[in-house]
Design a protein around this ligand. Structure first.
Ligand SMILES: Cc1cc2nc3c(=O)[nH]c(=O)nc-3n(C[C@H](O)[C@H](O)[C@H](O)COP(=O)(O)OP(=O)(O)OC[C@H]3O[C@@H](n4cnc5c(N)ncnc54)[C@H](O)[C@@H]3O)c2cc1C
Length: 383
């Protein structure tokens, strides 16, 4: 007999497990999560765990202020994401999430960088983000571990971090407590209409579902293409490095205003260094691997900004595929012309916003949030 469900969720990353949790808990729905590999094995479990609220430097420098104004509404979802993270350890019964928000600082080492931060932070403040421009003395007083060449920067008190190894599993367990079924090693291969419902074809048979939520991350475009939709979804290998443990050194999430850098210290003392430097795809396996050029450039920048990092030994670097879009904006909502199929896709910074946008999309899919709800409307597929 064919399996049935109210909802099929495609993808067992942070987005998929969080969507499943809200569908099952808030809607009492019968939910099946289908994951082709293991839970949390893609971007959600391989990221740096930063909570970003400031506009990222790289697209600001490369795509300009016009881009930043188009991107700016996304900041509300990132702020909503960070606020949501603060609730999660208690709500999910998961202190192991290691959620902290001791503030993020973006460090300028040249006057032109400080001027860029002044323009960027004005856009951020207009969206309601608490971000302050600091001069050299204020920066060094706040963060005495910074290089003496620091000329100033910004501070955003809500930024912080959590443990990406734990979050997806906490959502998955909570979803299961509310009755969700989770299938690992079950690849979705296509879907077709069946009246008002959907037949979801998988490597383990067909499931008939009233609604489908596409949470396939970097593969979400491929899934949408089965329905003839061409969404601007990309997949890029990027990399992260972790050092040996050290005494408490850096309480903040540290960025550079010059280039890609995110640097922070975990609860256990390791320093995590990332920021979106590109990895490579292995020519034979096609799997993401670390680029030495990126590793050197990333570490050089880290040491320029926080010199004490130079004495720490690197333990490991890894690369993973991040879900991206050129404009950095998320795509959230029901697919045009395909009633009952929803997309939950937050590019580049989907760890920060994931738990929040998952709830928004689940509410939409449950019919409890209108498609023209201002929080989500501007991000609809094809908008
Ligand atoms: C190295 C790195 C560092 C990052 N650092 C940060 C950071 O510090 N802060 C931040 O906010 N964000 C960061 N990100 C981005 C963030 O990790 C992602 O945006 C987020 O995890 C995306 O979550 P997701 O659940 O949508 O996708 P994923 O975690 O990629 O999950 C998608 C899942 O769908 C499954 N799937 C795909 N196709 C199918 C199919 N046909 N059938 C069944 N299953 C399928 C995949 O196997 C996968 O498990 C980083 C990403 C990377 C790679």
């Amino acid at each position: 007999m064919r399996e049935h469900a109210d909802f099929v969720v495609i993808g067992g990353g942070l987005a998929g497990c969080a969507v499943a949790y809200h569908l099952a808990r808030d809607g009492g729905a019968d939910v099946v999560v289908l994951e082709q590999g293991e839970l949390n094995a893609a971007a959600s479990g391989n990221n740096s765990g930063s909570f970003h609220a400031q506009i990222p430097v790289e697209p600001f420098l490369n795509q300009g202020e016009g881009w930043a104004h188009r991107f700016a509404p996304t900041l509300r979802l990132m702020m909503g994401g960070i606020a949501r993270w603060m609730e999660l350890p208690g709500e999910l019964g998961a202190p192991e999430l290691e959620v902290t928000a001791k503030g993020g600082i973006m460090v300028a080492r040249r006057p032109a960088e400080l001027e860029m931060l002044r323009r960027k932070s004005a856009i951020e403040r207009a969206m309601g983000l608490d971000v302050r421009l600091l001069d050299r003395a204020e920066m060094l007083s706040l963060a005495p571990y910074l290089a003496p060449e620091t000329v100033g920067g910004t501070c955003c008190p809500i930024e912080g971090k959590a443990n990406p190894l734990m979050a997806t599993f906490a959502f998955a367990r909570a979803a299961q407590r509310h009755g969700a079924r989770i299938r690992r090693g079950c690849r979705v291969t296509g879907m077709t209409h069946d009246g008002a419902a959907w037949l979801v074809a998988t490597s383990a048979g067909t499931i008939r579902a009233q609604r489908v939520v596409n949470c396939a991350g970097a593969a979400a475009g491929e899934v949408a293409a089965w329905l003839g939709l061409d969404l601007p979804i990309e997949a890029h290998p990027i990399q992260v490095t972790v050092t040996e443990r050290a005494e408490p050194l850096v309480p903040h999430l540290v960025y550079s205003a010059a280039d890609r850098l995110s640097l922070k210290q975990t609860a256990q003392g390791s320093v995590i260094i990332g920021g979106g430097w590109p990895g490579r795809l292995h020519p034979v396996t096609g799997l993401p691997v670390v680029s030495e050029d990126s590793l050197v450039a990333n570490l050089r920048l880290a040491i320029e900004v926080v010199p004490a990092v130079a004495r720490l030994r690197v333990v490991r670097s890894w690369a993973a595929i991040v879900n991206g879009t050129q404009d950095w904006r998320p795509i959230l909502g029901e697919l045009p012309g395909e009633p009952g199929v929803f997309l939950c896709f937050f590019p580049w910074m989907g760890f920060t916003a994931g738990p929040h946008v998952a709830r928004l999309v689940a509410e939409l899919a449950l019919g409890r949030r209108a498609a023209d709800d201002p929080e989500i409307a501007g991000f609809a597929p094809g908008a």
